[in-house]
Design a binder for this molecule. Structure first.
Ligand code: A3P
Length: 278
């Protein structure tokens, strides 16, 4: 026996750490934690608990380092991890491909306007002195005829990260579209069982995660879990998931909607799915 696996009671049941078969590559604030926690309900899925950041920060450490970060699995179990920053890391598609060209990729996406507010809310929770969302999302431009006129600041990360078409193009240069599953962050909230059925089908898993696993917690306003591998009592995701968002001036919301419209159209075309964002 080697030293990186252990024997279980049953013969031929060997626990080994393996490189991931599937990755949740993004998108930040679209429901990536919910997707991972829901997937972990499946007995044939094992996932690293925290974000590994291998393909963005720690690639120089090598694949053996990465493999060590993975949970031990039995043969036939799927190894996974989620790091949402992979989505926008320019070198990630090439690096992921070099690990395993047939890896399965999962990307959760959500209306980029709500995503930007969610992203801002997370930053504001750490920095209460942060200016208002409205003042960060729009900048004064004097270059526009008739200016000064406020325009959407496409370089502000909460805005920029909602342009899904650009990074998707980079992923599609390495991977066929059939290898990427797009999960609707909205549907993951309103009908988690249906969205998880698509995920299990894509990963070639037997349908285990169903509506029996979820209940809607009306206080939290989100689906929560009745039981999971580690806990037998009902529980929701942490307090930092499903935060209340501040009120945002509807004029600014409308400006953002107009800003995103062409990018959303491009994204629907590239992904082959019309998410129907307003
Ligand atoms: P908000 O906290 O702004 O509502 P990520 O895990 O990628 O950071 O995404 C966080 C978002 O996941 C949350 O953003 C929330 O809207 C969404 N989400 C989806 N399903 C959820 C669930 N069951 N519980 C809590 N948040 C959920």
């Amino acid at each position: 026996d080697g030293n990186d696996y252990m024997r279980l009671g049953k013969p031929n049941q060997v626990l080994t750490k393996r490189l991931p078969d599937a990755l949740i590559i993004g998108v930040k604030k679209c429901g990536t934690r919910a997707l991972l926690e829901f997937l972990r309900l499946h007995p044939d899925v094992r996932a690293a608990g925290s974000e590994v950041h291998f393909f963005d920060k720690y690639y120089h450490k090598g694949f053996e380092w990465y493999r060590e970060k993975m949970p031990p699995t039995l043969e036939g179990q799927i190894t996974m991890e989620k790091t949402p920053s992979y989505w926008v890391t320019r070198s990630a598609p090439r690096r992921v491909y070099s690990m395993n060209p047939s890896v399965k990729l999962l990307a959760v996406v959500r209306d980029p306007v709500t995503r930007s507010i969610s992203d801002y809310t997370q930053s504001a929770s750490k920095r209460p002195s942060l200016p208002r969302f409205e003042d960060l999302a729009l900048v004064n431009s004097t270059v526009t005829w008739g200016g000064p006129w406020s325009v959407v600041d496409s370089s502000w990360p909460p805005v920029r990260l909602g342009i899904y078409a650009r990074p998707l193009k980079r992923w599609l240069r390495r991977f066929p579209r059939s290898r990427i599953l797009f999960i609707s962050g909205e549907r993951l909230v309103v009908d988690p069982a249906a969205e998880m059925a698509r995920v299990q089908d894509f990963l070639g898993l037997k349908l285990v995660i169903t509506d029996k696993h979820f209940y809607f917690n009306s206080t939290k306003g989100f689906p929560c879990l009745l039981k999971s591998e580690s806990r037998s009592t009902p529980h929701c995701l942490g307090k930092n998931k499903g935060r209340n968002h501040p009120y945002i001036d509807p004029v600014v919301i409308e400006r953002l909607r107009e800003f995103y419209r062409p990018y959303n159209e491009k994204f629907y075309e590239l992904s082959g799915i019309n998410f129907g964002w307003p």
